[in-house]
Design a protein. Structure first.
Length: 482
């Protein structure tokens, strides 16, 4: 199927039967919102609030859009604003997952962080303040009726279509803004009044169930259950759409999200785990033959830096090492014997032109990097220069510009002859060899890099707060820390 825009792919997400984790006496289904283009249910509201504002004339061409979000709404808005040409600023509390920040910035948005101690209400207050200060358009996702309306028009209609002529006894969802709950529940109450609406929240932070915002406590179910009751959620509760608010333990939410991956092959986030945990609680007492539908709001890729992945190993486990050792080749514990000296090919000669080129660069360039374009250790070295605002020149030996007549290879051999080995990258500061990636980072840590850079007349930002480990390849950093 062809589409004129990525925005046309929002919605029409599949409903999947959960056969492996559900008890035999009920039918348990999940609506997998990760099939939206940006991987979450919030794509629906992002598109809806922007198009509603355009129709009303509230959003002018080229005007900056701003919103406070834990991430998924921001990611959806970043997609919509990128396609429609609006600048976007997102305000997000610092304790939400790093993946979300990076996804939004990758899509062109600016991300302003607020202190974790200020919670969701703090990031919302900051967004309102910035909107008023700069005349930006605030989408107001927590109270915007377009948020609920899109779920009445799309999500609810998809559910009615997919369960036409069949039982649907329970619909289970977490809540964030309340748009999904209000929009779907009001349609189900009209069209399928037999369906019970169950909304879940963390058991240690029962704000909706008690109606008391001061019951808020930090919890792991990111994107849901803020420290206030959003207007759309309050609307759904006061209208009588919600039959039950069911508390779920955070550990159970994490466990069920992992079970969905391992037993059903469905890769989703913590809020999806919470909804399934609630659905399974309902199943314990539900009459035989009941049908339960749980909303799975987003993909698990939003949670790589959260407790959801705490027990997922980076290095091989003992069991995996045993598998590796069950056959003889390509093992870390057995190194192949070095080739006999006679079998080693003679080193290629260094030509005078390449040697002269290298000597000239070392003399003339205050900060010089001999590198490969896509080498991870070369990236790390470039990031270190950038972190301390050091201007440098990089000679990328494998670039297209260096390929003619094997010029890059000839220069690399000349560099190798100069430093006594073939390792890349190699760094020279003020004509003095620092060495490769390891030597570069050690020089940064012990102050030698700053001394050499300043002596060479190059700027160096000594005030920069740099986590050197974060600049290294992720696999190397994590392996070193293990």
């Amino acid at each position: 199927m062809k589409y004129d825009s990525i925005l046309e792919t929002v919605g029409n997400t599949p409903i999947v039967k959960l056969s492996s984790i559900a008890p035999a006496h009920v039918s348990l289904y999940a609506k997998v919102e990760a099939f939206n283009p940006m991987g979450s249910v919030k794509d629906r509201l992002a598109l809806a609030v922007i198009e509603d504002a355009e129709r009303r004339g509230a959003l002018k061409p080229g005007q900056t859009v701003i919103e406070a979000t834990s991430g998924n709404t921001g990611i959806g808005l970043a997609m919509v604003c990128a396609r429609k040409g609006y600048p976007l600023v997102i305000v997000m509390a610092e304790n939400f997952s790093i993946e979300r920040r990076r996804l939004m910035r990758f899509l062109g948005a600016k991300v302003v962080l607020t202190p974790a101690a200020d919670k969701g209400s703090g990031m919302l207050a900051k967004a309102i303040e910035l909107a008023e200060t700069h005349g930006w358009f605030l989408t107001r996702q927590f109270e915007n009726e377009a948020n609920a309306d899109v779920h009445s028009r799309t999500t609810a209609q998809e559910i009615l279509r997919d369960f036409e002529g069949e039982r649907l006894d329970y619909w289970v969802s977490s809540y964030g803004t309340g748009g999904t709950v209000k929009g779907v529940a009001r349609v189900l109450k009209e069209k399928r009044p037999e369906t019970k609406i169950v909304v879940t929240e963390p058991d240690n932070s029962q704000v909706l169930g008690t109606g008391l915002p001061d019951r808020f406590r930090p919890h792991p179910v990111q994107g849901t259950s803020p420290d206030f009751i959003p207007k759309l959620t309050a609307d759904a509760k006061s209208a009588g759409y919600i039959d039950q608010v069911l508390p779920v333990n955070g550990g159970d939410a994490l466990r069920r999200a992992r079970e969905l991956a391992v037993r059903e092959g469905i890769f989703v986030g913590i809020s999806a785990g919470a909804a399934v945990a609630a659905a399974l609680k309902i199943a314990e007492t539900a009459p035989r033959g009941s049908t339960i539908l749980a909303m799975l709001p987003d993909t698990g890729e939003r949670y790589l830096s959260t407790p959801l992945f705490d027990d997922v190993a980076v290095d091989m486990t003992a069991e995996e090492e045993a598998i590796s050792k069950s056959s003889p080749s390509n093992r870390f514990d057995i190194r192949p014997a070095p080739a006999p000296a006679a079998a080693t090919a003679p080193a290629a000669a260094v030509d005078a032109e390449a040697a002269a080129f290298v000597d000239k660069l070392i003399r003339e360039e205050p900060a010089l990097l001999f590198a490969l374009e896509w080498c991870e250790f070369c990236w790390a070295t470039r990031k270190l220069f950038k972190a301390h605002a050091v201007p440098y020149r990089s000679i990328d030996l494998d670039s297209v510009a260096m390929q003619e007549n094997d010029w890059g290879g000839r220069v690399r051999r000349a560099v190798g002859a100069r430093v006594g080995g073939p390792t890349i990258p190699q760094v020279f500061i003020g004509g003095e060899l620092i060495g490769g990636n390891a030597e570069m980072f050690e020089a940064a840590r012990n102050g030698e890099l700053e001394r050499l850079v300043r002596a060479a007349g190059v700027t160096f930002d000594a005030e920069a707060k740099v986590d050197y480990g974060s600049l290294l390849p992720k696999w190397l950093k994590q392996k070193s820390a293990a």
